[in-house]
Ligand binder design. Structure first.
Ligand SMILES: Cc1cc2nc3c(=O)[nH]c(=O)nc-3n(C[C@H](O)[C@H](O)[C@H](O)COP(=O)(O)OP(=O)(O)OC[C@H]3O[C@@H](n4cnc5c(N)ncnc54)[C@H](O)[C@@H]3O)c2cc1C
Length: 236
């Protein structure tokens, strides 16, 4: 497989870095091709704005959805965006490696979503979910948390299990664009658990990586199973 690892952590000695390095060496050792987008190292710009376009269709009032589509069609993106889009087109499988920050992704990764997953490139009107423009690719979130596993449950102060926390990325970003997410790998409370447990996490992650190409995607509703009002035809 061709695997793209999008990595969002600023610290080279972090546990996220250890997970990223493990994935690179293990996947290459298995014969997979691997590319990496190390967003902090690239100093990837996190905010979408008018200077992302080499020319605008309407500079009086920038409509970002239409401007993104026009820029993709006319190849009028800045170079950093174009290079990330090329990597995504190349990849069969995408790993997003990041620490959970505010129940979400680090801003630099959110910026990668905002700027790279353009209208016309990753999705379009009527081309979402199973019909998204990046259909055929699979992905996995590889995430670390500060919170213990036990607190990610409906009957705790957090109130959500980890799959609910990760739903906006798995479903609202990846699957929206047609990419099929496989179950996430989560290393909980990495700075609390101690070295033995962290080593165990790396062993478990290794096992997960070994079966990446046969991982079954998470099952979500399909746009192509819905009527014109977005209701599933089968549950009418
Ligand atoms: C802005 C912000 C928001 C946050 N929001 C949330 C939130 O909403 N929910 C939540 O649960 N948490 C939250 N956190 C906590 C965050 O998720 C954790 O700090 C993060 O996941 C820890 O991962 P790390 O890679 O930064 O770990 P690090 O702190 O870098 O590393 C943890 C430990 O692993 C050790 N280590 C590194 N490499 C190895 C190795 N190869 N083998 C063994 N040990 C190793 C390090 O030395 C260190 O002791 C937040 C933190 C921040 C800064």
């Amino acid at each position: 497989m061709k695997v793209l690892i999008v990595y969002a952590h600023p610290e080279p000695r972090s546990f996220n870095s250890a997970m990223k390095e493990l994935a690179i060496s293990l996947l290459k050792g298995q014969g997979h091709e691997v590319k990496i987008s190390d967003l902090y190292e690239m100093n990837f710009k996190a905010s979408l704005g008018r200077n992302d376009f080499l020319g605008l269709t309407n500079s009086d009032h920038v409509n970002y959805v239409t401007e993104l589509k026009s820029a993709y069609e006319k190849q009028k993106f800045t170079d950093d965006i174009g290079k990330e889009q090329e990597k995504l087109l190349w990849a069969d499988f995408i790993i997003l490696q990041y620490p959970l920050w505010w129940f979400s992704v680090p801003a630099i990764l959110k910026g990668w979503f905002d700027r790279v997953l353009a209208t016309g490139f990753a999705w379009d009107f009527g081309r979402m979910y199973d019909t998204g423009l990046l259909a055929g690719k699979k992905a996995m979130l590889s995430v670390t948390t500060g919170g213990l596993q036990a607190i990610y449950a409906p009957d705790t102060p957090h109130g959500w299990d980890i799959n609910q926390v990760l739903y906006p990325v798995n479903h609202g970003v990846l699957y929206f664009c047609g990419i099929q997410p496989t179950p996430p790998f989560v290393a909980y409370a990495v700075f609390q658990v101690g070295d033995e447990v962290r080593k165990q996490y790396l062993q478990e992650y290794k096992q997960r990586l070994l079966t990446l190409d046969t991982a079954t995607p998470i099952s979500y509703n399909r746009l192509s199973d819905c009527d014109e009002n977005f209701k599933l035809k089968s549950v009418k």
